[in-house]
Design a protein around this ligand. Structure first.
Ligand code: PBG
Length: 317
């Protein structure tokens, strides 16, 4: 008989033979930059997503850094809709990024139009669909503006075709050859983004995102999406949501040597939080288990809303 339980006899042995650790630096918190001053509010209630005014971003970043974070992700929530805000060099994310210069933290920023278009789509809607190439031109301008503002990693989450190559070329042409490009390579049209769309004020006003985000049923197509982004020049590959796509994370880990980032999205956080609040699960332990599983599948980094609870000591890694 193989006595595998020998490895589990004492607390010390359990610690000694732990195969997967989640270092604090693997967690990337996300913040939503809003207009105003002195604003620091969780949206929706207990949603784990923080809306911050520009002046609060550096304060929160310092907290994250103390907790062991090495990077953060910024999303912009403009005071009113309008495509011109997306690439505005005086926009909220540009100002937030500028406030982090010299802080030592790696600044990642979202590149997408959904918080800026009047109808909440991730690109420009015309003739019954989101127009691909026209949207990509706007995304490239937005990416260059963010790099100009000092963002280290631009992160297109729109799922248009060809945007990685176009953004890479635009960055290089603008004198930003070292700006990293993290593509949401396989992003599903998921029901788990609901709370985010409240925080980012980005819910589509008509239709849905299935014409550009992926069908969650498709593994082969996901690998084609990832392959396309690798060949177009992505430095980092994002897979999203995390828990429903562990197979894709594992497969990507086997096939490619690029760093992999998984996004534990707002609905994943909501499930943990609400089940914890009603007493059905032990929130800190369940939260930890999800992070370990995502890491074990092969992710290097995890964008997550659990960060603040990790550095407050509520969730232990
Ligand atoms: C915007 C974007 C979304 C998320 C990240 N970037 C929403 C969407 O695609 O509708 C979701 C993140 C989350 O739910 O935490 N394109």
């Amino acid at each position: 008989m193989q006595r595998l339980r020998r490895l589990r006899r004492t607390e010390s042995l359990l610690r000694l033979f732990t195969e997967t650790d989640v270092p604090a630096r693997a967690l990337v918190p996300a913040y939503f930059v809003v207009d105003g001053a002195g604003i620091r509010r969780e949206v929706p209630e207990d949603g784990g997503m923080w809306q911050l005014s520009v002046d609060q971003v550096a304060i929160e970043a310092a907290r994250a850094r103390e907790g062991g974070a090495e990077a953060l992700m910024l999303f912009g929530v403009p005071p009113e809709k309008g495509l011109h805000h997306a690439a505005d060099p005086n926009g909220l994310v540009a100002r937030a990024a500028a406030s982090l210069k010299g802080s030592g933290i790696t600044v990642m920023a979202d590149v997408c139009l959904c918080s800026y278009t009047p109808d909440g789509h991730c690109g420009i809607w015309r003739d019954g669909m989101v127009q691909n190439d026209e949207s990509v031109a706007h995304l490239a301008k937005m990416a260059v503006m963010l790099a100009d503002a000092g963002v280290d990693v631009v992160s297109p989450s729109d799922m248009m075709d060809g945007r990685v190559a176009t953004i890479r070329k635009a960055l290089d042409d603008a004198g930003h050859p070292y700006t990293l490009l993290m593509s949401y390579a396989a992003k599903m049209a998921s029901a788990f983004y609901g709370p985010f769309r409240v925080a980012a004020e980005s819910a589509p006003q008509h239709g849905d995102r299935r014409g550009y985000q992926m069908n969650p049923a498709n593994r082969r197509e996901a690998m084609r999406e990832i392959d396309a982004d690798v060949h177009e020049g992505a430095d980092l590959l994002m897979i999203k949501p995390a828990l429903t796509n562990l197979d894709l994370i594992a497969e990507t880990r086997r096939r490619y040597d690029l760093p992999i980032v998984a996004y534990q999205v707002s609905g994943e956080y909501a499930m943990l939080k609400e089940a914890g609040k009603s007493g059905r699960i032990d929130f800190p332990r369940a939260a930890r288990e999800t992070l370990v599983s995502i890491k074990r599948a092969g992710a290097d980094l995890i964008v997550t809303y659990l960060g603040p609870e990790v550095w407050d000591g509520k969730v232990r890694l």
